[in-house]
Design a protein. Sequence first.
Length: 327
Amino acid sequence: MTANSLSLWTPAKVNLYLEIVGDRPDGFHELSTIFQSIGLMDRVTVAVKSGPAAISVDCAHPLVPNDHTNLAYRAAELMAQAFPEGADRQSTIQIAIAKNIPVAAGLAGGSSNAAAVLVGLNMLWELGLTRQELQDLAAKLGSDTAFCIGGGTALATGRGEVLDSLPCISDLWVVLGKYDNLSISTPWAYKRYREVFEKEYARDQDTQTSRHDQVRSGAMVRLLSKLAKGDRHNLEKIRALLRNDLERVVLPDYDQIQKLRECFLGQTPLGAMMSGSGPTVFGIAANGANAKLIKSAVRQYMPDPELSLWTAPFIAQGVHLASDISV
Ligand code: ATP
């Protein structure tokens, strides 16, 4: 009997480091970034059956489209085009998304949902694609989607789709804060960055490669490798090593994010920063109990009911099965 439905957890990510290195011939930015998966996850259910060729998406979140613009829909469309033999057998694809990851928040929620559809259809249609093959497909959908397949800790270059796995860190947590009424468009943040900082861009490939090498052998990667081995002697150094270039354009325009970041910085010795293009701010916590304390302290200083706060551990996985396959 062939499985026809499965559910997957789709973890969010934070960027522990995001350097905008320069320009690319395709018009995107060349990045050096360190992604970290966290245990704040959506649940995506993918079902296939024989019938008319059709894709449907069902997500109750008011900011998430249920049409062909949903990234999960686009992932299904890509798979149906790339693997017509699977699509011929079971060409009705139904996707249900239970959202826990805030939307347009710099946490790669949509990318993670799309990654789940690639992984899910690979299993349901028994295509036998490798992780690398899934990542190559994912890169066609967005810059963060390839990372979301395998997750964990990774250094990403290119648009963010060229991945080098780093050893996984356990026992660190994040506290996340996001104003419900605030969302930031990723294209806007990069466009603004270009307007203001284009003159600093590295354009030739040698300079860009040498920047990547500096990050790869740099202090942040070395510290993360020690933490992954359980050596926490220099844990507090992480505070000074967090970097997100997009803060340079987002913080001056969004006073609320700036203030939230300052509040987080006052509550954790391990540092705080905006994730990706924001507006989510995260603070690092040494363990789960510590994360709860930081969250309560931030809540005390920032009682605004529009501010949502979460705690989540660093996790070593990307998209993964949430339940037994139902047949
Ligand atoms: P990233 O960190 O990868 O830049 P993000 O966390 O900032 O992404 P998303 O939550 O992925 O942003 O949403 C960005 C936009 O994409 C939203 O405006 C939303 O309407 C749209 N979108 C399309 N599909 C999805 C999806 N499955 N989940 C969330 N948003 C989606």
